[in-house]
Write a protein that binds this ligand. Sequence first.
Ligand code: GDP
Ligand code: ZN
Length: 318
Amino acid sequence: MKKKNSKDGSGSKNQKPVNTEQIRKGLIVAHRGVAVDVVFDDGECEMVRVKRRSGHVVGDGVAVRGEVLKRLPRRTELRRRDARGAVHLVGANLDVLGIVVAPRPAPPSGFIDRAIVAARVANLQPFVVLNKSDLDASAELFASLLATYSSAVSVFSLSASKGQGLDPLLDFLAEGHRGAFVGTSGVGKSSLLNVLCPGIDLGVGEISEYGQGRHTTTVATLNTLSGGGELIDTPGFRDFGLVDISVQDLSEHFPGFEKARDSTCRFRDCRHRSEPGCAVVELVTQNQVSAERYENYLEILQEVEAAEEETRRRGWKN
Ligand code: GDP
Ligand code: ZN
C-alpha cells in the first residue's frame, strides 16, 4: 500500500498534482483525532484532515474531493458509553462482534448475555471467544459456554498467548468481514489483536489510556487480516465496552429465547415475567428453556429495569 500525506507533502517528490474535481471513494482505516487515514479504492492511503467532532469513524466509507470528505451511508453503527455516561460511536459498517471471556478474570454475571443482546440490537452477529485455553479451568468453562450458547452463536476456544486454536476464528472472520472485540480488562483482547493482526503492536497487560505509549495519537484503527476479514480496534471501546441495553432489547434478543419468536407472546411489549400468554414462560414450562437460563434472564431484567430508572433520573440520553 502506497502511503502519502495530503497536507505536508512528505511523500514522493513525483506526486501528481491533486485534481480537486476528482471524487475518489475510500475507507477510513485510522482515526487520529484531527485527521483520518483513508485507503482509496486504488489501494492508495492518504491522511485527510477532519474536524475534531466531525463524526467520522473507522469503517466509514467516504467520498473525497480535494480535501473535502463526505461520509457515505452506514450499514451498521457500533456505540459505547463512557464512564460519564456519554455515548460514542466507535466504528461503522461492522458485521460481527467477538465477546471475549477467560477463566481468569471470569466473566461478570450477565456479561455475555448483555453483549449478545447489544450486538443483535446493533445488527451485528455476535460470537463468543474463550481465551486462555491453556489454563486448566478453561475446559469446564468451555463446556458450559457450549451448553448455554452454541445453539445461538458460535463459540471459539483458543489461547492468544500460545497462538493455539486460532484457525477456526480466522476462518470465521474471513466470512464475517469486519468485527471488533469486547470483553472485560485482562481477558486478553490486546493479546488476541496482536496475534491476529501482526503489526498492530498493542501493549499487553497495560491499562490503556490516552496519552500513554504508542497509541497517543491513533485513537482507532481498522486492521486487515491476511486470510480475509478486518478487525477494528479502539482503545476506548476496549476499556469501557458497549452501551446499555433496554428492557425491550433484552426481552427481544436474550440468547436462548429464539424459539419464542415463532410463537409470540400475547403482548407485544411482554417482559416474559408474569404476563398472561407469554411464549417464553411456556417454553420454560416445556423445558425447552432451562429454569436456570430463565432465572438468569429475570436477574438481568431486574438490573436493566433499575438502570433504566437510574438513566431517567439522571437524564442521560441514548
Ligand atoms: P486485555 O486487557 O483484555 O487487553 O488483556 P491483555 O491482552 O492485556 O492480557 C491480560 C493478561 O492475560 C496478560 O498478562 C496476558 O499475558 C495474559 N494472557 C493473554 N492471553 C493469554 C492466554 O492465552 N493464556 C494465558 N495464560 N494468559 C494470557
Ligand atoms: Zn413473554
